[in-house]
Ligand binder design. Structure first.
Ligand code: FAD
Length: 352
């Protein structure tokens, strides 16, 4: 069994495969394992019910959504059994349930369990021959490519450019709806500079408490139900990619998931971003939509088998994590949870 990508999905697939007696080979394009998982906040979560998942991600595949709802809790216990260090046994979000792990400790625990990872060793385009052994595509979707195409900022690992998707397409794979959808955050716009260590801290996650204007000065309506602000970020992307968040002075001390709004604005300022104090006392921050992961991808079934157009499984080809599309179309859900559940499912299917 081969695994392409040593992020959450690939490492989970390899670790579970080893438990089941297989000897997986893990290829990693980057110079380190961990993918975007290592850069993440480490919250592995699901909606509390399938009904809520359907409401939040109405265009997603209900079969995959059901898999995540039904299997995540057991998968989290498995993750803890590997020694992945817990930060919190809950998500602090009433809509969701899950666990928060320390991302570095989580990555290290998975690497220990997955065995050797061949870094700087990318899956290469398919020469057209049939695979001699099963292959799990876990290359993290195509956030880097989508951000470049749409002129947005990148907020993911630097290597997920769609190689798994291209490989699947070369084998005749089908793709899901929502190939232009993504999960992302508003980040301080250039001339602000921020690196991957600042992806979490520099996020400007207070659009719900701001008035938001596009570059032409037109106000963007903020949907009160858009708790993750992912809908807002995608709307900013559709309007050219940049916007101004204008905050009333009375709201500056309001808490966001990562400190007060005033703190988030300080971080934008310290990164060199444009922060303007207006005559009425409000503060305006220039933001850019940044892509964390793609939402569309390869069509898979409940066994994580990649499906060709017409719905037939492609022999020996599996996809997990965000290489698989269709579990959060039309909304937002946990990429780490999809990586964990589909990674385990791929290994179990191949071992069966
Ligand atoms: C700042 C930040 C915060 C986040 N916070 C959360 C959170 O709290 N909760 C949550 O659920 N999600 C969060 N996410 C999203 C989450 O990290 C991703 O959804 C998740 O890591 C996806 O897992 P994956 O295994 O599919 O992809 P990745 O973890 O991105 O791994 C893909 C791997 O494949 C490698 N690769 C690419 N191309 C090739 C190739 N050709 N050959 C071999 N290897 C290749 C890449 O280098 C990478 O290592 C966050 C992401 C970021 C960046």
């Amino acid at each position: 069994m081969r695994v392409a990508g040593a992020g959450m999905a690939g490492l989970c697939a390899a670790a579970r495969a080893r438990e089941l007696g297989l000897e997986p080979t893990v290829l990693e394009k980057g110079d380190r394992p961990g993918g975007s998982m290592l850069l993440s906040s480490g919250v592995v979560w699901r909606y509390r019910s399938l009904e809520e998942f359907r409401r939040q991600c109405p265009n997603g595949d209900p079969r995959l959504q059901r898999m995540i709802v039904e299997r995540l809790d057991g998968a989290l216990e498995w993750l803890e059994s590997l020694g992945a260090p817990l930060v919190r046994a809950e998500t602090e979000n009433p809509r969701t349930t899950g666990r928060r792990f320390d991302p570095r400790g989580l990555t290290e625990a998975l690497i220990r369990a997955a065995g050797e990872v061949q870094t700087e060793h990318a899956l290469v385009p398919d020469p057209g021959t049939r695979p001699e052994e099963p292959l799990v595509l876990a290359t993290g979707g195509f956030p880097v490519r989508l951000a470049r195409e749409l002129g947005l900022a990148i907020r993911s690992n630097a290597w997920s450019e769609g190689n798994g998707l291209a490989f699947g397409l070369s084998r005749g794979a089908d793709t899901t709806a929502g190939m232009d959808e993504f999960y992302g955050r508003a980040m301080p716009a250039a001339p602000a500079k921020w690196g991957e260590d600042e992806f979490v801290d520099h996020a400007q996650l207070y659009g719900q408490l701001a008035r938001v204007f596009d570059e032409s000065g037109e106000e963007i309506a903020v949907d009160a139900d858009d708790w993750s602000e992912n809908g807002l970020v995608q709307e900013i992307a559709r309007r050219g990619g940049k916007a101004w968040y204008v905050v009333d002075p009375d709201d500056l001390q309001h808490e966001t998931p990562y400190g007060t709004i005033a703190h988030a604005i300080d971080r934008a300022r310290s990164a060199g971003g444009s922060v303007e104090k207006r005559d009425d006392g409000s503060v305006a921050v220039h933001v850019v939509a940044a892509v964390t992961h793609t939402i569309g991808g390869l069509v898979i079934d409940e066994k994580t088998r990649v499906l060709a157009r017409g719905g037939t499984p492609i022999e020996g080809l599996y996809a997990a994590g965000v290489d698989a599309g269709g579990w959060s179309t039309g909304g937002y859900a946990s990429g780490l949870a999809a990586a964990l559940v589909f990674g385990l499912a791929a290994a179990e299917e191949i071992a069966s």
